[in-house]
Design a protein around this ligand. Structure first.
Ligand code: AMP
Length: 188
């Protein structure tokens, strides 16, 4: 079973993905985390993407595709991936379908955590004091939300048409959201 989790930055995607990983023995592929590691390790790629990430824009589709394929092609993760932060636009969605097909896999479920801009701005500012992410400030948070609405909402529509989408109210307490997600996954 491969899953995708969507939600604007600050919606709690990471927290919920970690919960699902533990409970259902999956592996989380967070493209944002992989990219931040490249920056932290000061790799050539890290240097190229540093300013893009800190402006709240998206990194090029080719870069992300290369990263993602290494995970999809790896037998360790076969049918055990939860995609967090990917695909972010329609081009990446098409690429993902092709990569999954090439490696004999598919998406079983798509979750969307629904949260208002007001709530995420508040959460991102709170998170900033604990995680020190350089892209967590109010202006960049709004820009990342706008990027999400413009580029990622059409992707969610795409999965809705395929009947794979479940929308979760992300404004509720974490344990309630955990429970709803567990119930949904257990039915697959
Ligand atoms: P995230 O941790 O998912 O919020 O991602 C942080 C930043 O990494 C984003 O604002 C983008 O600059 C970049 N990023 C993460 N995932 C992708 C992706 N699938 N495509 C392009 N850029 C991405």
């Amino acid at each position: 079973m491969n899953l995708i989790i969507f939600g604007p930055p600050g919606a709690g995607k990471g927290t919920q993905a970690d919960f699902i990983v533990n409970k259902f023995n999956l592996f989380k592929l967070s493209t944002g985390e992989v990219l931040r590691n490249e920056i932290k390790n000061k790799t050539q790629l890290g240097k190229e993407i540093f300013s893009i990430i800190n402006s709240g824009s998206l990194v090029s589709d080719n870069i992300v595709e290369r990263l993602v394929e290494t995970f999809i092609a790896d037998k360790k993760y076969k049918n055990r991936l939860i995609f967090d932060g990917y695909p972010r636009n329609l081009i990446q969605t098409k690429t993902l379908q092709e990569l999954l097909l090439k490696h004999g896999q598919e998406i079983s479920l798509v979750l969307k955590l629904s949260v208002s801009l007001e709530t995420i701005t508040k959460r991102i500012l709170e998170r900033r004091t604990i995680e020190k992410r350089t892209d967590d400030n109010k202006e960049i948070a709004i820009k990342r939300y706008q990027t999400y609405e413009k580029s990622t909402e059409p992707v969610i529509e795409y999965y809705k048409k395929l009947n794979l989408l479940k929308v979760i109210d992300g404004e509720r307490p974490i344990d309630q959201i955990n429970k709803e997600i567990s119930d949904i996954i257990s039915l697959i």
